[in-house]
Design a protein around this ligand. Structure first.
Ligand code: NAD
Length: 486
């Protein structure tokens, strides 16, 4: 199905894309392989809906968003289960993803009705100056597979609250939960305000990106796709919001409690089988504790239980697809042939013959010449390097093209201050990696993207600002022509 102009579309003559459960490799469902015509139908519906949606009182838009959050909560358990089957991560992680998503709609419902701009001091007492925030119009929201609902919520909640209408393109790997959520929780919105088209990026994503009636693109995904989208939107000077990849560093200072730091690191690196944009992918441990730390980490990681995310005992689910697992295996293999040592993991588990599982790995003897320390891995791998001085740790942390997040474990306030001032990353976590805050802007520095989601900044992205300069008296001005009057 697709969802266009308030209607569930089931009768299209299109090929189908099969959606696979990554834990069982079974077909979970199928969706239409959409094309440019589908994108255009959704864009036209969103364009037609925009004129009345943008003037709908903000408190009415807020009420509809709160209602969406309530309906999501009513269906919470079923949707969590479907997301687990579709994306693979364990139930507690999907439970969290839904909770954060539901709350995001409530958060932006309130923010959207609070603020329409500001009044600023005028240059003359006869003048009145103010800034109004206006919606862009139709926003194309292009979503990845790893947090398909949360990253959708971070876009459509502020977009709708600000008065935009949306065309959503979910990932071809995880469209089912999105369609179910829109069907169950967004059916009370006016037709055309929310639309979903399914299919592949080049076939249905690019027609959204390039259509002149789409005034903004909000994209989360890989750097390569982000660069492609930016090249397509540049000729139209289209507002382009890009949340891209990462290679997040994690620094362990010598004062840590080792079991606590090990546990925090394992969470930061292995959540969602390491398939988080802000997954820890490079670890720098002070040389004085390095060997003790790596032993404890290997012990801890070796005890984590792989399995189907639906099983309550599962700590780590499968990777999404075999091709993503193979990419990680190749990175490990290349690192080993360049001198790295695998302390534990990195193999396909013998006990699970179906599903795209990979045992979480801990690597030592790594350095920055290796792909595994430079390129995004997006899998369950923890490579560890020792450092001598904190200067060195900061240089290593900054030695990457990405700048999404960075973590530090310490109780030394001087190190904390240096870390948050000197490390180039959009989010800095001290002693609590990968935790979000609704009001805390999220996004990347360097090649990790442009713009911010969440918080006030994440609302303002979906507004264009207009400065109004009003001279109320309207008298002749001495600075107009002619100059130099005698
Ligand atoms: P991807 O770039 O392959 O795909 C993302 C989306 O873009 C999908 O819906 C895809 O169909 C679509 N797409 C692909 N080609 C397109 C094109 N030419 N035009 C328009 N749309 C196109 O990324 P992915 O594999 O789904 O997600 C993983 C990546 O996302 C990782 O690099 C990860 O770091 C990144 N990510 C970033 C954040 C963040 O907030 N910065 C969050 C999650 C994931």
């Amino acid at each position: 199905m697709m969802y266009i102009n308030g209607k569930i579309i089931t009768d299209l003559d299109r090929e189908k894309i099969e959606v696979i459960n990554p834990a069982t490799e079974e077909i979970l469902g199928e969706v239409f392989r959409g094309n440019a015509q589908d994108a255009i139908s959704a864009i036209e519906a969103a364009k037609n809906a925009f004129n009345s949606w943008k003037v709908t009182p903000a408190y009415e838009r807020a009420a509809l968003l709160h209602q969406a959050a309530s309906k999501m909560r009513e269906h919470h358990d079923d949707l969590v289960r479907l997301l687990t089957e579709e994306e693979g991560k364990p139930i507690p992680e999907n439970d969290e993803e839904w909770w954060w998503s539901e709350e995001t709609f409530d958060y932006y419902a309130e923010l959207g009705r609070h603020d329409r701009g500001t009044v600023i001091p005028p240059g003359e007492s006869t003048q009145f100056n103010f800034i109004i925030k206006e919606p862009w119009g139709v926003v194309g929201c292009i979503i990845p597979w790893n947090y398909p609902i949360l990253l959708l919520a971070w876009k459509i909640a502020p977009a709708l609250a600000a008065g935009n209408t949306v065309v959503i393109k979910p990932s071809e790997f995880t469209p089912l939960t999105t369609l179910k959520m829109i069907e169950l929780a967004f059916d009370h919105f006016p037709p055309g305000v929310v639309n979903v088209v399914t299919g592949y990026g080049p076939e249905v994503g690019e027609p959204i990106v390039t259509h002149p009636d789409v005034k903004m693109i909000a994209f989360t995904g890989s750097l390569a796709t982000g660069q492609r989208i930016a090249s397509l939107t540049a000729p139209q000077m289209k507002k382009t919001h890009l949340e891209l990849g990462g290679k997040d560093p994690f620094v362990v200072a010598p004062d840590v409690d080792i079991p606590t730091a090990v546990s925090g690191l394992a969470y930061a690196a292995l959540l969602n089988a390491g398939q988080v944009c802000t997954s820890t992918e490079r670890v720098y441990v002070h040389e004085s504790i390095f060997s003790h730390f790596s032993e404890e980490l290997s012990d801890f990681v070796g005890k984590l239980r792989l399995g189907n995310g639906l099983e309550p005992s599962t700590d780590i689910g499968p990777m999404l697809r075999d091709k993503f697992r193979s990419k990680v295996e190749v990175q490990i293999k290349k690192a080993v042939s360049a001198g790295a040592k695998v302390l534990i993991g990195g193999k396909r588990p013998d006990q699970l013959d179906r599903g795209f599982f990979l045992e979480p790995a801990v690597l030592v003897n790594v350095d920055h010449s290796m792909e595994i320390m430079r390129e995004e891995t997006f899998g369950p791998v923890i490579p560890l390097m020792p450092y001598k001085t904190f200067d060195e740790a900061i240089i290593l942390a900054n030695d990457n093209q990405y700048g999404l997040g960075a973590s530090l474990m310490t109780h030394d306030a001087k190190l904390v201050k240096r870390f948050f001032e000197e490390v180039h990353a959009g989010t800095i976590w001290i002693n609590d990696p990968l935790t979000d805050n609704f009001a805390g802007p999220f996004g990347g520095m360097k090649m990790s993207g442009l713009g911010r989601e969440l918080g006030q900044a994440g609302f303002d992205e979906f507004c264009q600002v207009k400065h109004v300069h009003w001279d109320i008296e309207g008298n002749l001005k001495e600075y107009w022509y002619p100059y130099g009057e005698e």
